[in-house]
Design a binder for this molecule. Structure first.
Ligand code: E4P
Length: 216
């Protein structure tokens, strides 16, 4: 399973890249706005310098024409830019056109298997089901992920399943168990994946015993 960073923060992206596990980055308008008044295209270019895998830049137009304009503009930033379009009728029309032109599209805001089928039919390179946001309203995001993976296995669609809106390590483990192609996660979730109290305790004990024996 590939790991994408779900952040627009350059320090977090650099840190995750230094672990050697950042296969890509996803951004959205909320994540970009958290970085302050940055120039969008320059910021995406800076991310693309750090991570050579797919970097999602999200359209903010609501109509197909606007999304196509943005898609053409953003795809010139760097070869690894992926255009993010919402799972709306306008977004899927833009997805079809952009993917026909060879521009990769990540279809975002997916909350049903039916929507995921539509995105694959429209030629999406990635489909982003939002696990955490479904959990937030009392549904089960992981069941949606499972449905999508099961349906996609029946066909030769090229669309990769990108588990998004990940909130904790269990989402990551279950996504891996199901065979999701990618999990995109905030830096704090990546950090949590390293942790186990017995690892820290064991390491402290080993080092204490080593020093007790007179070694440095
Ligand atoms: C990524 O592509 C999505 O925009 C992101 O995972 C959404 O996460 P959130 O539901 O935590 O905002």
């Amino acid at each position: 399973m590939k790991f994408f960073l779900d952040t627009a923060n350059l320090d977090e992206i650099r840190e995750a890249a230094s672990f050697g596990i950042a296969d890509g980055v996803t951004t959205n308008p909320t994540l970009i706005s958290k970085e302050g008044n940055v120039d969008f295209k320059q910021h995406i270019a800076a991310i693309c310098e750090i991570v050579k895998g797919p970097v999602s830049a999200e359209c903010t137009s609501e109509d197909t024409e606007g999304m196509l304009r943005e898609g053409h503009e953003y795809s010139k930033i760097a070869p690894n830019v992926v255009i993010k379009c919402p799972l709306t009728r306008a977004g899927l029309k833009a997805t079809r056109k952009l993917s026909d032109e060879g521009i990769r599209v990540n279809v975002t805001l997916c909350f049903s298997a039916a929507q995921a089928i539509m995105a694959a039919k429209a030629g999406a390179s990635f489909i982003s089901p939002f696990l955490g946001r479904l959990d937030d309203i009392g549904e089960n995001g992981l069941l949606l992920l499972q449905d999508i993976i099961e349906v996609y296995r029946n066909y030769e669609w090229k669309t990769e399943v990108l588990a998004a809106s990940i909130r904790h390590p269990i989402h990551v483990i279950e996504a891996a168990r199901m065979g999701a192609d990618i999990a995109t996660m905030p830096f704090k979730v990546i950090d949590l994946l390293f942790n186990h109290p017995l690892t820290e305790k064991g390491q402290a004990q080993f080092l204490a015993d080593w020093r007790k024996s007179g070694r440095k």
